[in-house]
Design a protein around this ligand. Structure first.
Ligand code: THU
Length: 134
């Protein structure tokens, strides 16, 4: 993917962020996931009055993709006001579908803050491979 394709994905995640349901934290997160087949799925965080049942933007995007039959991902863009990092739970779910997926972390102005692979984001990941013959 080119730099401008990366920027488009960041912009989509930032646009999706407007739809975040965040009455408790007011911390808006948007994600845009591009599959290897070229489809894009967006996600936002969806909070709940029962706080632990809140779902992160990254996982909403991944679950949308998986529920539509997509399991191979190229890149995921994650946008917050302050360029915050994906949480541990989201890193684990990203790792489930491939350690080489690229992760773009951007701020609310759409500026890329960090870029890395899932393997770099979650070193020594526990993966599906660990369960084979386990
Ligand atoms: N959040 C995400 O959507 N993704 C992350 O990786 C970190 C946290 C959300 C969950 C909650 O709605 C808000 O940010 C504050 O934790």
């Amino acid at each position: 993917m080119t730099i401008s394709e990366y920027q488009s994905l960041i912009d989509l995640a930032n646009e999706a962020r407007k739809l975040a349901y965040v009455p408790y934290s007011n911390y808006r997160v948007g994600a845009a996931l591009r599959t290897k087949s070229g489809k894009v799925f967006t996600g936002v965080n969806v909070e709940s009055a029962a706080y632990p049942t809140t779902m992160c933007a990254e996982r909403v995007a991944i679950y949308k993709a998986v529920s539509e039959g997509e399991r191979e991902f190229d890149v995921i863009a994650v946008v917050t006001d302050n360029g915050g990092s994906p949480c541990g739970g989201c890193r684990q779910v990203m790792a489930e579908f491939g350690l080489e997926t690229r992760v773009l972390i951007a701020d609310g102005d759409g500026n890329l803050v960090k870029e890395m692979t899932v393997a770099q984001l979650l070193p020594e990941a526990f993966t599906p491979g660990h369960l084979v013959n386990g």
